[in-house]
Design a protein around this ligand. Structure first.
Ligand code: RI2
Length: 308
């Protein structure tokens, strides 16, 4: 298996996961592929790059960071193979650096919204949300975190380990205990797989329940989203596809064999409407959901004509 297929496989199986990490992994895979592929003409080069881009984009349908990263990386203007190769390598390096810088900036900006003594609830395992929490803690704020387990893949354990390794007091709860604990929470902070043009948030299944419970209890609900997680195609009226993963993640084969008539569903993401989101913490500042259109237009760098 070549390195490109290997990365695609690892994104599909979620060995590489998290909207930001899959975007970076795709940029790295394209950089290395462009750097080593053999093409006798620009047409051949172009077709190989297009196939590689498609292979990567098709691995997971929801996180818009993936097509955005692939699009930003695989663009070139030169008609010369060697020059085009260089352009792709440079695009990838730029994207990887911007993605790392964005995480840092989100941490700095988001930490200002955290007060000393805050109890923060988070869901799944978002490196952007964790950047905010660890930055606030490093600033000396006395904070603690309630982390949801996040069925079915239990990424809450990754979050808990990360926070404990950082010295942050952390409590793990099952997803169905979110509303029970909301009275103890000051702020909910989650990551983002995609932000639509209307400011709706697509994130790990269960996020919208946190948002509902936070709204009912009048608690802050923040999402941390790098600008490359905003979806340009939603400007064109496209929907963001919600990935349904294997039911084997939910129920093991033996149990299922004993319940042959049972139907099992496993959507990986849900949609939180903009009215339940107080703020989006991005690498270019804190914005209300209503600013999503502006972020897409000003920071994603391509024209509508290019997409239609
Ligand atoms: P960062 C994850 O998806 C979670 O939904 C998380 O909130 C989101 O990506 C953003 O993660 P999955 O890959 O980019 O676990 O902030 O399905 O790390």
């Amino acid at each position: 298996m070549n390195q490109l297929q290997d990365t695609a496989e690892k994104i599909s199986s979620m060995e590489i996961r998290g909207a930001g990490r899959i975007a970076k992994a795709a940029a790295i895979a394209l950089r290395d592929y462009a750097g080593s592929l053999e093409a006798g003409s620009i047409e051949e080069f172009s077709s190989l790059i297009e196939n590689a881009a498609k292979l990567l984009v098709d691995t997971r349908p929801t996180a818009v960071s993936l097509p955005n990263a692939v699009r930003l990386t695989s663009r070139y203007t030169s008609a010369d193979v060697e020059e085009a190769r260089k352009e792709i390598i440079n695009n990838a390096e730029r994207f990887i650096k911007q993605a790392d810088d964005a995480l840092h900036k989100i941490g700095e900006i988001g930490a200002r919204r955290i007060r000393d003594g805050d109890v923060i609830m988070t869901h799944c395992n978002s490196h952007a949300a964790l950047s905010i929490i660890t930055t606030a803690f490093d600033q000396g704020k006395d904070i603690s975190v309630i982390a949801t387990e996040t069925r079915p893949r239990r990424q809450g354990l990754l979050t808990s380990k990360h926070l404990l390794d950082h010295g942050i007091p952390t409590t793990l709860i099952v997803d169905s205990a979110v509303r029970y604990f909301m009275k103890e929470v000051d702020t909910v902070i989650v990551g983002a797989d995609a932000i639509a043009v209307n400011g709706a948030l697509v994130n790990k299944i269960g996020t919208s329940q946190l948002a509902l419970a936070a709204n009912e209890a009048r608690k802050n609900f923040l999402t941390a989203a790098e600008t490359y997680k905003f979806s340009p195609n939603t400007i064109l009226g496209e929907f963001i596809e919600i990935e349904e993963r294997s039911i084997n993640e939910v129920i093991d084969k033996n149990t299922l064999a004993g319940l042959p008539k049972l139907k099992v569903r496993n959507p990986a993401f849900d949609i939180t409407p903009p009215e339940y989101i107080d703020l989006i913490i991005t690498d270019v500042g804190v914005v209300p959901p209503g600013m999503a259109y502006t972020i897409i237009k000003e920071h994603l760098g391509w024209e509508i004509g290019e997409m239609v």
